[in-house]
Design a protein around this ligand. Structure first.
Ligand code: SF4
Length: 169
């Protein structure tokens, strides 16, 4: 046991160091998002997140949007449990063949007007999974996509910026 602790202390942190998000910059971004949400969505925008086959890396970043630091609810961005209540579908992953029909049905169940954001490199182009017997590849191969937020995975800040660019489109 002691040998294990000694090894841990000797090795230190081996993961990639992350850039600390700039709280002031984030606040400015949030205020701009809130302005757009108030203007075009009467104060609140509803997002339905769909994991169509992701490795869950993108989901971790999406979940972070609701943590106490990012707390995007304060800007009027809400995640909802049903596509019937959604304005925006946030889709991650290459679309696995098993999720193809579910994704199509979710898209059809979302009321018009609706927007689709493909999140992450896999959703953008299939990523390293590409198109195969198990994968349809990009989200755009299954449903229409309005914007793509690239990254593997994109940071919460990048996600908010992507949402803002969709609202300004
Ligand atoms: S883009 Fe990266 S983090 Fe997101 S699902 Fe693909 S491999 Fe995972």
């Amino acid at each position: 046991m002691l040998r294990l602790f000694a090894k841990i202390l000797k090795t230190g942190v081996v993961t990639e160091r992350i850039k600390r998000p700039d709280a002031a910059e984030l606040e400015t971004l949030g205020i701009e998002v809130k302005r757009q949400v108030d203007k075009y969505f009467s104060g609140s925008i509803a997002i339905r997140a769909i994991d169509a086959g992701s490795c869950n890396g993108c989901e971790l970043e999406i979940h972070a949007l609701n943590n106490p630091f990012y707390d995007v609810e304060r800007y009027g961005i809400h995640f909802v449990a049903s596509p019937r209540h959604a304005d925006v579908l946030l889709v991650t992953g290459p679309v696995s063949r098993h999720m193809q029909t579910a994704l199509l049905r979710t898209y059809e169940a979302t009321p018009n007007p609706k927007w689709v954001i493909a999140v992450g490199d896999c959703a953008a182009c299939g990523g390293e999974f590409g198109v195969s017997y198990a994968s349809c590849g990009a989200v755009a191969n299954v449903i229409p996509v309005d914007i793509v937020i690239p990254g593997c995975p994109p940071t919460p800040e990048t996600l908010v910026k992507g949402l803002l660019s969709l609202m300004k489109k």
